[in-house]
Design a protein. Structure first.
Length: 96
């Protein structure tokens, strides 16, 4: 089992990696689209819960679950991005 400080740092590293992957996979401005947050809320919470369990216990099985949940989060952001792009195309644009 690793020390609590090392576990927290490893958690932060995983979060930074996930954030970078989300940025790479999604359209700029997605986070300002309100429906996005409804789409990513549940997978994000499941990821954070799994990460917190790992930080508390140091059990690698919990880290493996956290990594799986991170992939769910990434997929949720990608799905939200697809909906965002579809809605942007569907919204009427004002004619100058």
């Amino acid at each position: 089992m690793s020390e609590p400080r090392a576990r927290r740092e490893r958690s932060r590293k995983l979060c930074r990696i996930l954030a970078a992957k989300v940025r790479e996979a999604t359209t700029d401005g997605l986070g300002r689209w309100a429906p996005c947050w409804e789409l990513v809320r549940a997978p994000s919470q499941a990821f954070l819960d799994a990460l917190a369990r790992w930080e508390r216990t140091g059990d690698e099985r919990h880290m493996n679950v956290a990594k799986e949940r991170a992939l769910d989060v990434l997929r949720a952001w990608e799905a939200a991005d697809q909906k965002y792009r579809k809605s942007a195309r569907a919204e009427p644009h004002p004619v100058p």
